[in-house]
Design a protein around this ligand. Structure first.
Ligand code: HSE
Length: 381
């Protein structure tokens, strides 16, 4: 299936490379950008009409960001009967209802998994869950930049301004990082998530928000003294047909799943009446994680269209890949050259391949059928 990507920035170029290097059945026929990089003259155009009027292009992937001209491009694509995928939370949040209605009117799909949760298939799975379950609530870390900041302040004792600068240099932060630290970015993601979860339409103005701009080292130290972690959480809940949604720095006990989420990772959970709690963890921002989510949305559309190529090849198995240490408890003899440590009938081996450990296990089983083997994860890098 042929597709076009609008915007050759971080996310657009990430999606382009994933499609170019994979064998997923998609082909990028055109990329739209204001500049044509050298070597990409055949691919990149500055004229959107070239894409719009090309009947071979069935999906338009929008990775421009901002409201305009993304809105004009996306609506024109839907009117031309092309499916749309978008990484643009601002656009999706602002025009949620209109874009869904326009897509339905023209028999097209609109997907926007990378717009909230970045690289994790949060919105994809929320959409699936909401099809037959009643989503009662959702909650999570939806902004990588602020999680990076809070994590570094808590665990490295970093200063707010210094760690924000690092997050910007790593490409996690928005162009204007106020959107991250004042919570506006999460507010849009929360509104999109709640709209999908509760089959309704929330705007960002429906989500009261506190940010983390003024958090200090002293605040963090105080939370630590109480064994609490501070995370910027988006929360939404429906009770008896009434909805609440909000974004706030939240103090969590150390056992909460979000407390263990470090760096720029996101972690978002839903509670369904039937499925219970489902949690999704992964990279919330960045070129390839977000580009990957954009490509996955295109693949889902291709799958629905019945045009997915099927190609199954026999695996080339190699059980010598990825050797690691093992724990063995046996009364059978264990060859000296594999032992790194011994405590009676308990051994820790040097890194072994699966071929080696299974050969050893077969020999041991003849003498000690109750021998026990376990891999050691600490040798896995
Ligand atoms: N600035 C955003 C974040 C990018 O840090 O999560 C992904 O939406």
């Amino acid at each position: 299936m042929k597709v076009a990507i609008l915007g050759f920035g971080t996310v657009g170029s990430g999606a382009y490379e994933i499609i170019r290097d994979g064998k997923c059945g998609l082909t990028v026929k055109r990329v739209l950008d204001v500049r044509v990089p050298a070597g990409y003259e055949e691919l990149v155009t500055t004229d959107y009409q070239v894409i719009l009027s090309d009947p071979e292009i069935e999906i338009v992937a929008e990775a421009i960001g901002g409201l305009h001209p993304a809105y004009e491009f996306v609506t024109a694509a839907l009117r031309a009967g092309k499916h749309v995928v978008s990484a643009n939370k601002h656009l999706i949040c602002h025009y949620y209802k209109e874009l869904h209605e326009l897509a339905a009117e023209h028999g097209c799909e609109i997907r926007f998994t990378p717009s909230a949760g970045g690289g994790i298939p949060w919105l994809y799975n929320l959409r699936r869950a909401a099809r037959c379950d009643k989503i009662e609530s959702l909650r999570g870390i939806m902004n990588g930049t602020t999680n990076y900041i809070l994590d570094a302040m808590q665990h490295l004792g970093s200063d707010f301004a210094e760690v924000l600068a690092t997050a910007q240099a790593l490409g996690y932060a928005e162009a204007d990082p106020s959107a991250d630290i004042d919570g506006w970015d999460v507010r849009r993601k929360c509104a999109i998530s709640a709209s999908l979860a509760f089959h309704t339409v929330l705007g960002e103005e429906d989500v009261p928000t506190f940010g983390i701009r003024y958090i200090t080292k002293e605040d963090i130290a105080y939370f630590e003294s109480l064994d609490l972690s501070c995370k910027l959480l988006a929360c939404a809940r429906e009770e008896n047909g009434r909805v609440t949604a909000y974004v706030e720095p939240t103090l969590l006990p150390s056992g909460a799943i979000e407390s263990a989420i470090g760096s720029n990772f996101n972690c978002i959970s839903l509670w369904g009446k039937y499925v219970g709690c489902l949690s999704f963890v992964g990279q919330g921002a960045g070129k390839y994680p977000t580009g990957n989510a954009l490509v996955q949305d295109m693949l889902d559309i291709m799958e629905h269209s019945g045009k997915t190529p099927i190609s199954l090849t026999a695996p080339v198995m190699d059980q010598t890949i990825y050797p690691h240490r093992y724990y063995i408890r046996t009364n059978a003899p264990v060859p000296c050259d594999v032992i790194e440590r011994r405590d009676g009938n308990k051994y820790i081996t040097r890194p072994l391949t699966r071929t080696e450990i299974h050969t050893l296990a077969s020999a041991a089983a003849n003498i000690d059928p109750q021998a026990f083997f376990a891999g050691l994860e600490d040798s896995i890098v």
